[in-house]
Structure formats: C-alpha cells, structure tokens
Design a protein around this ligand. Sequence first.
Ligand code: MN
Length: 197
Amino acid sequence: MPATKFDSTFLDRAAGTLEAELTNAKSVAEKTNLAKSDFLSGLTRKPRTLLYVEDNLANLQLIEHIIARRSDIRLLSARNGPIGIELARAWRPDVILMDINLPGMSGIRAMQILRADTATAHIPVVALSINAMPRDIERGLEAGFFRYLTKPIKVNEFMDTLDVALKFAEQEVGQSGQVASRLRSTGDQNRMSLMSR
Ligand code: MN
C-alpha cells in the first residue's frame, strides 16, 4: 500500500535523524566530560573513599558524623562482611575500616578475603574492635590489618589513623604486588611498638 510505504520511508528517515542526533549528543557529552575532568584534576584532588563495615548503628552514625566534616572524603558503609567485600570490589575504596564482630562472617575473615583478591589486596584495612586485649590486637595485626583500633571510638585517634592510612594508600596506588609485604611489615612494626609499650 502506498500509504504504508510513505510511512515507513518517513519513519526510516526520522530514525536516521535521531541516530545522527544521538551520535552528536554523545560526542558533545564526551568532550564536556573530558574538559570537566581536566579542569577538576587541575584544581582539586579526587575525593578519597572510606568504606566502613559495621553492624552497630551508633558507631556507624558516629563515623558518618566525623566524615561529614571532611569534604575530601566520601563514606561508603556495609552492615556485614559479604556486602563489604562486594562494595570494596566495585568501588575500590582508598581505606577500609572493619568491625571485627560482625554477624556471620567475621571482620578478620572479610579482611583476609580482601587481601587475597588482587583487586583489593592493596587497600589498607583498619580494624575496629571491642576486643582490646593486647593478645587480640597482636593477633589482628598478625592477620594483616593495617592498624588495630579499639572501641569506644576515640575521634582523634581515628582521624590520625585515617590520615596515615590515606597517605599509605596514595603512595601505594597501582603497586598491589609489593603492597602485601609492605602491609605485613607495617603490621610487624605496629606489633613491635605495641609490645615495647
Ligand atoms: Mn559489631
């Protein structure tokens, strides 16, 4: 039918125009994004990301409150180990703060899984635990934690540790192979200073 033929030609042409417009829009968006990222990297540093794995809401809110005052850090949180691991793999945070006593998988186990994965092995994982006996701390550092903090959270101690961990993460970007041994020796130093106290 002639009417149908006309319609389909019209539609084909319209589709062709739309496709050209879309391609054009995409290239404009790409150029804009490039210009924006050049501009931003020239002016500011990329915001750092902290992942906090914690099942206790009060502690989570405290850390949220502290981090809210740091415009250079964004916070991700997970309420258990498996979700924490998933977020770490997807977002590659600069630092991870890990509760030890979590429902199901322990924080120690979650940290070990992260350390065994080349995608996340380089990320310093700071333990945060109510287990404050020297033996618990020593065991935690031996297991591979970057630092071991005890609850209740001391704001200054937490901020100092976070800055050390961020600095470490910055220096180690892209060298995941060497980091495992570096992390281990950092843990050894931690343990030694703990024992000499
Ligand atoms: Mn807990």
